[in-house]
Design a protein around this ligand. Structure first.
Ligand SMILES: [Ca+2]
Length: 208
């Protein structure tokens, strides 16, 4: 009996040692993969549209040739929370944006805006999902420092696709602005030119 136990132990010990070693190696690999993937910077969800309340506001504008702008009384920018799952990327809701223009002109645009609870901070990019339904539109993003009210502006992003598209804009895609601080960068404005309907989901500040 004693001999049998001894034999069993001798047979078991190397396999136990091996499995402990293997577990450690797997953990090590996982740790390295995590460090490679994660930058240690926490992304900020600006809006995933899962709330009850609409946190956005939209205004239709017309620019004057002198450079000023005033609210347009003939154009309509409609924004609402959407529950139709076809147009939801994540969760149960998204944002529906509909802009219709009566007399199309290059001077016309609509602007939708939101204030994030948390600033851009150590993140360096904006990401969002867009489902374009119809129309010809381009979007320009402005990121405001909500203390100095300085802004950085993106290039125009044409919505020349249908269905879902992930749009990522890094800070390098924006103009620079003195006295603009990423620690106060909380207000996002999206200017829409053209007209049409699109849905928006998962607007975030991320580290690229
Ligand atoms: Ca959502």
């Amino acid at each position: 009996m004693k001999n049998l136990l001894l034999v069993v132990s001798i047979l078991l010990i190397p396999s136990l040692v091996f499995s402990v070693k293997e577990t450690k190696e797997v953990e090590e690999v996982k740790k390295v993969e995590k460090e490679k993937k994660g930058t240690g910077v926490k992304e900020v969800i600006v809006d995933n549209f899962e709330g009850e309340k609409l946190n956005w506001r939209g205004i239709a504008f017309i620019s004057s040739k002198e450079g000023g702008q005033e609210e347009s009384t003939e154009d309509v920018i409609k924004i609402e929370l959407n529950k139709n799952e076809k147009y939801v990327k994540n969760g149960k809701q998204s944002l529906k944006v509909e802009y219709s223009v009566k007399n199309p002109s290059d001077l016309k645009f609509a602007q939708i805006s939101i204030t994030s609870d948390k600033p851009l901070g150590e993140n360096n990019a904006i990401s969002l999902w867009i489902f374009k339904v119809k129309g010809k539109m381009s979007l320009e993003f402005a990121l405001f420092d909500n203390v100095s009210w300085k802004k950085r502006l993106s290039q125009a992003v044409p919505l020349n696709f249908e269905g879902w598209k992930l749009i990522t804009l890094s800070l390098n895609d924006f103009t620079t602005s003195p006295n603009w601080s990423k620690d106060n960068a909380k207000v996002i404005q999206i200017a829409i030119r053209g007209e049409g309907i699109f849905y928006l989901d998962d607007l975030k500040f991320i580290k690229k």
